[in-house]
Design a protein around this ligand. Structure first.
Ligand code: CMC
Length: 387
């Protein structure tokens, strides 16, 4: 009998050179470069290039990629109009998913099966290159526009003279972003850009394997990222810190949750059995930001949660993940709580697309199997005879 592996835990579904995780040692690398090194020395734009092309760009390559991103930030007024019709009480992730799905209707992106052969490099095809540029460039504009419009304000036009992270802060506030805030957000985007075969990447690849276009792929990946077990956890973690409120409340709150077998958001991971390396970097960023701008009122609560979790379930390999400290950082940067997961998507789109580029070189339709546990050959009972 076939063996069922719930959640495909530990099952490789393809070969990849994009990212690497060692969950026992707490290692994360993008294209072989440790995440800590990229967080220290790189920018989100450079990391996106690295993920997509598999190498660091030279000066000319970087300049062209950066220029292409900067000049494709604007979104069509019809996309703005479409978002105006969405309820302002709706979640920004749902607005982002709807807008990205619609975006694909405006640009040539459909794939003819004949164009995808073994070894096809979609980056070398104009149509696909520009889809990739548009998706990375426009996601921040869509998120910021929805945020402005749900408060009754006009969207702020993107600026070509700012970096990806700084421009996003500009579009949210219409204020010149503080350089430290922009750099902190830039590092957050680097940390969230790729994470091997997570649920949203897998979801995107399932869609990609049917030769659906990259807009559809990204819309599906955004859908998977919304869930509280995946990207939605960053928002839930900050809500939990707010609910706890004080350091004194942490122990009884966490112990009651653990006793009730409830999930603590921002901790635990399918792959990491030690503290997520991105959580270390985020904690360092948080402390740097707080030294300059004053401590976030919930930082000590978060630290105490981490201590109590470690004491109770640390030995089981449950430790802080990337979503644990990202919330206090985003909150300190003035980013509204329900934009935390959209910020994750703004970053992760590079990873999703890098996996798609790799997939198109050697595509095979995903069509797994199931173990049928139902009945066979049952009679059709007429309505009058049904009880
Ligand atoms: N709080 C309390 N207990 C937990 C948690 C948690 N967050 N995570 C795992 N456990 C326990 C779980 O109850 C189980 O205990 P037992 O063996 O006694 O039944 C054991 O650990 C194994 O749990 P599992 O559900 O088999 O583990 P998993 O690999 O399915 O869990 C996870 C991965 C991320 C779904 C889970 O850790 C979780 O729900 N975490 C909270 C949500 C979260 O922070 N998600 C973000 C993940 S990182 C960013 C991203 O990828 O989006």
């Amino acid at each position: 009998m076939e063996k069922l592996i719930p959640g495909l835990e530990g099952v490789p579904i393809m070969e990849s050179q994009v990212g690497f995780i060692d969950g026992q040692k707490g290692i994360l690398e993008y294209r072989g470069i440790p995440i800590e090194v990229l967080a220290e020395s790189s920018t989100y734009e450079e990391v996106a290039y690295l993920l997509l092309w598999g190498k660091l760009p030279n000066r000319e390559e970087m300049a062209k990629f950066d220029h292409d991103l900067r000049t494709h930030r604007r979104v069509k007024y019809r996309i703005i109009d479409l978002m105006k019709c969405l309820p302002e009480t709706g979640h920004p992730m749902d607005a982002l998913q709807a807008a990205v799905a619609a975006l694909g209707m405006f640009y040539p992106a459909k794939i003819d099966p004949a164009e995808i052969q073994p070894g096809t490099d979609v980056l070398a095809r104009d149509k696909h290159y520009w889809s990739i540029i548009r998706l990375i460039a426009k996601l921040p504009t869509i998120v910021a526009a929805f945020e402005r419009m749900r408060h009754g304000d006009e969207p702020v036009r993107p600026r070509d003279d700012l970096s990806h992270a700084a421009n996003f802060l500009w579009m949210l506030t219409e204020q010149d972003p503080d350089p430290l805030d922009a750099r902190i957000l830039d590092v957050c985007l680097i940390l969230h850009a790729e994470h091997t075969m997570n649920a949203s990447t897998f979801s995107g690849l399932v869609v990609g394997s049917t030769l659906a276009d990259p807009y559809t792929l990204v819309a599906s990946a955004i859908g998977a990222l919304t869930g509280p077990l995946h990207g939605g956890a960053n928002e839930q973690a900050l809500r939990m810190f707010r609910e706890i409120g004080t350091v004194e409340n942490v122990r009884p709150y966490i112990e009651a949750k653990l006793k009730a077998k409830a999930r603590i958001m921002g901790v635990g991971h399918r792959v990491y059995k030690v503290k997520d390396p991105r959580a270390y970097v985020l904690q360092g960023l948080a402390e740097h930001l707080f030294r300059v701008k004053g401590e976030h009122p919930l930082y000590r609560v978060a630290q105490e949660v981490e201590r109590v979790i470690n004491e109770h379930v640390g030995a089981k390999g449950i430790a802080s993940n990337v979503d644990f400290y990202s919330g206090v950082v985003y909150d300190q940067l003035g980013i509204p709580i329900d934009l935390f997961t959209p910020v994750f998507a703004i970053a992760r789109v590079a990873g999703w697309l890098a996996h798609w580029v790799e997939q198109m070189k050697n595509n095979r339709l995903f069509r797994p199997d199931q173990i049928y546990t139902g009945q066979h050959n049952l009679p059709y009972v007429r309505m009058e005879q049904r009880t």
